[in-house]
Design a protein around this ligand. Sequence first.
Ligand code: 5CA
Ligand code: ZN
Length: 427
Amino acid sequence: MQTWPLPQIPQLPGRGDTVHVRDTSSGRLVPAATGPRATLYVCGITPYDSTHMGHAATYVAFDLLGRAWRDAGLDVRYASNVTDVDDPLLERATATGVDWRDLAQDQTTLFADDMTSLRVVPPDVYLGAVETVPDVVGAVEKMLAAGAAYRVPLEPGAGGADPTTGDVYADLSVDSAFGQVAGLELDHMLVLFGERGGDPDRAGKRDPLDPLLWRRERPGEPAWDGGSLGTGRPGWHVECAVIARDGLGLPFDVQGGGVDLQFPHHEMSTSHARVLSDGAGGAGVHVHAGMVGLDGEKMSKSRGNLVLVSALRAAGVDPMAIRLTLLGHHYATDWEWTEPDLAAGVQRLDRWRRAVATDAGPEATGTLAAVRAALADDLDAPRALVAVDDWADAALGGSPASGRHGTVDGAPALVRSAVDALLGVRL
Ligand code: 5CA
Ligand code: ZN
């Protein structure tokens, strides 16, 4: 997959603090990585209806993590995927009468443009499900050979030229650590599995929760050569396990995504990673972003209640104002996108730009330290914004700390660099 251009990241004096994040499994604040290398996998888009503010908020949140890690001197490796073949994408293509490949291609390009405009640092490893098919086939064959997967017979008409070779499912019973990511009760797992792409009622499975690894060819569906698996296409969770394994190695530091991926997706992909690495495991830390809503509902492709980054850009909204609006909410909270909130982001951007427009300004080393401290404390962007607001108030004469006294040459440039490097906002 083609990524997008790397935004320039200014060098800052000194070094950032060790970044702590809230780990989903333990509920605790933990060091996100123990360094000197930091590895991050963030689940990428399924390319349709992108990029809405929920997507944007999630990718900006993990962009903060990468930026804070780099500022702390870590060598960051970031991997992500594009789910460019899966049920929801195929369903959307069929419903709208477009070829699924064209839909995926157009939306992946749009996503890259949106990420570029938001100054999100691109992944070092960026792979689509389609281009990863041979790797997934190898992984599924390995799981079958290890007794960690099994075949389920097909319904009549399925399987193309080879209807006797079944779909492949993971056998979760071989993984005693299954369930530790989300820590949910069985009833809850079953409900979420059914709602989020799983098939608890598929006949022939050993356990209703066992997830699909390889779906054999079906009439009207795309299919690839699957070697001993037979023609078909990959399941969703194994895609991310394999791309993380090949891109980062197992185990790796952090797996991220929205909270809607906590179960089943991250539970299942972590289980697969554990099996594929003979117990070494997937992510050490799981981090989940809250859901962005609109008019009281989760913003989602299936509901169609979307505010798109590209639509706002087309309407002339500065992407840096969009980014500031997103950063005004702590990543872990659920929040609502509103017009007044965006207007406040536009105003804040204007105010900060005016504040850095002079050569000298209020001392800013404390501001840099405050921004670093806020980000190191579970990526607390709202607190970082307040630190910059305070400096801007002083610079623009709106607070008692202002005035001609104590201005420092280069202080506005330091704030500009800090806001750019750490918050990804170009003033
Ligand atoms: N391709 C899979 C992951 S492998 C997928 O979930 N794609 S997605 O396009 O549906 O979502 C991409 C990312 O945006 C995921 O991390 C998802 O959790 C996040 N996301 C989706 N909707 C929202 C929302 N309303 N608020 C916050 N994040 C969201
Ligand atoms: Zn994923």
